[in-house]
Write a protein that binds this ligand. Structure first.
Ligand SMILES: CC(=O)N[C@H]1[C@@H](OP(=O)(O)OP(=O)(O)OC[C@H]2O[C@@H](n3ccc(=O)[nH]c3=O)[C@H](O)[C@@H]2O)O[C@H](CO)[C@@H](O)[C@@H]1O
Ligand SMILES: C=C(OP(=O)(O)O)C(=O)O
Length: 419
């Protein structure tokens, strides 16, 4: 197992290039299963989750190549609709195989993803929506077994806003007979990027980015080319790292329109934020960080995937900041680890009350999930001494070459094999 050794004290300075968004690339790769033609997808980040997805696509019978952040998928040979637990358990987004396989082949068997560190994360909304479209679904022996004699368009009202739920149903509806509407749909930029990709393959989707998405089913999809949108969470993570280290960082290949709330919160925290069409600069030189209250909600509100990073920001900042998590029931696993570094945080229900902590001190800490890992690395960048972050396979799920990017900004961080 590998660890990061992070030595604090260096303000981050310079430019960093943002990768394509994991949470857009994953559904887009699964969507390529809907077509028997070849898709070319650019700006795909080289991540563990992408490797897992490619393994799954190959297992289904697709021909896939991945080089220089470009993936090509030829779906002509897909002849297997079984997603085994061994692969699914490492990546929840594997559930996104369900809609496309069922829609194109009339059958799919996908392992239940199971719970994870941040919460139970059930998939009932995916299943209910597909049933509304006429699928027969049983859940037994840990697998979702779905069949259909041809999905039919339906009016689906989602009980809760679900990102992958919306994506799964949107993909399934593309080849269904008739018109599907998804109400209370997720409005995340990654949902929009998936719709843009599907439409470039010939799908008829309108309303993505609003809470009602309409999909007119068609018979088949054709070849397509698409470039994945920039990763707003990776961008936000680097901006927070710049803020807490008192640095000056410009994120290149970033999209400021994707993370307006985060930028507003950073401004409120005293960070000088400037933006251009494809860059965002966070300058903290000579400024004092102030605590901010954040509450996670579905897009366009404050993203849960930035919550752990803002917890660290509030520990470094002056004042008391309340971080409230409303999306996942167990997304404060980073708190006890940050406390080991001297962070003054008190958990009150689903709120972390974060107090300015004079000094963070290096410690051995354990990453428990993707964004928790990012928060521990950020804390290490400001702590006195060398922090050891264990279980960094979590961070490799979602951050492309994070240590090289951080080193490029002057950080002291090394990847080592755990002794
Ligand atoms: C691969 C991907 O895109 N992952 C993102 C996606 O996860 P994901 O799509 O899994 O998250 P959801 O939007 O589905 O989850 C939101 C809430 O709805 C609940 N729920 C969801 C589905 C369901 O069938 N039943 C149910 O109760 C979940 O437990 C959670 O409490 O959106 C999350 C919320 O922005 C992000 O943190 C993840 O990074
Ligand atoms: C929770 C996340 O991802 P996933 O849904 O893939 O677990 C995340 O990206 O922060």
């Amino acid at each position: 197992m590998q660890q990061f050794l992070v030595t604090g004290g260096q303000p981050l300075q310079g430019n960093v290039t943002i990768s394509g968004a994991k949470n857009a690339a994953l559904p887009i790769l699964f969507a390529s299963l809907l077509s028997a033609s070849t898709s070319t997808i650019r700006n795909v980040p080289k991540l563990k989750d992408i490797e897992t997805t490619i393994k799954l696509l190959q297992l289904f019978g697709a021909e896939v190549s991945f080089a220089d952040n470009v993936v090509t998928v030829d779906g002509a040979g897909v002849n297997n609709q079984f997603a085994p637990y061994e692969l699914v358990k490492t990546m929840r987004a594997s559930i996104l195989a369900l809609g496309p396989l069922l829609s194109r082949f009339g059958k799919a068997e996908v392992s239940l993803p199971g719970g994870c560190a941040i919460g139970a994360r059930p998939v009932n909304l995916h299943i209910d929506g597909l049933r509304k479209m006429g699928a027969e679904i049983v859940v037994e022996n840990g697998y979702i077994k779905a069949t259909s004699k041809g999905l039919k368009g339906a009016n689906i009202i989602m009980d809760m806003v679900s990102v992958t739920g919306t994506e799964n149903l949107m993909m399934a509806a593309v080849l269904a007979d008739g018109i599907t509407t998804i109400d209370n749909a997720a409005r995340e930029p990654e949902v929009v990027d998936l719709a843009v990709y599907l439409n470039s393959m010939g799908a008829k989707i309108t309303g993505a980015g609003t809470d009602t998405i309409t999909i007119e089913g068609i018979k088949s999809l054709h070849t397509a080319e698409h470039s994945v949108l920039p990763d707003r969470i990776e961008t936000g993570t680097f901006l927070v790292a710049a803020a807490v280290t008192g640095g000056d960082v410009t994120c290149r290949n970033a999209d400021p329109t994707e993370l307006e709330v985060v930028l507003e919160k950073l401004r409120e925290a005293g960070v000088e934020i400037s933006t251009g069409p494809d860059w965002i600069r966070a300058n903290m030189t000579g400024r004092q960080l102030k605590s901010v209250d954040v509450k996670t909600v579905p897009h366009p509100g404050f993203p849960t995937d930035m919550q752990a990073q803002f917890t660290v920001l509030n520990v470094v900042a002056h004042g008391v900041g309340m971080v409230t998590e409303t999306i996942f029931e167990n997304r404060f696993m980073h708190v006890p680890e940050l406390q080991r570094m001297g962070a003054k945080i008190r958990l009150e229900g689903n709120t972390a009350v974060c107090q300015h902590s004079e000094k963070l001190l290096a410690a051995q800490v354990m990453a428990t999930d993707l964004r928790a890992s990012a928060s521990l690395v950020i804390a290490g960048l400001v702590a006195d001494g060398t922090t050891v972050v264990d279980r960094i396979y979590h961070i490799d799920r979602g951050y492309e070459q994070i240590e090289f990017k951080l080193k490029g900004l002057g950080a002291q961080i090394e990847r080592v094999d755990a002794s």
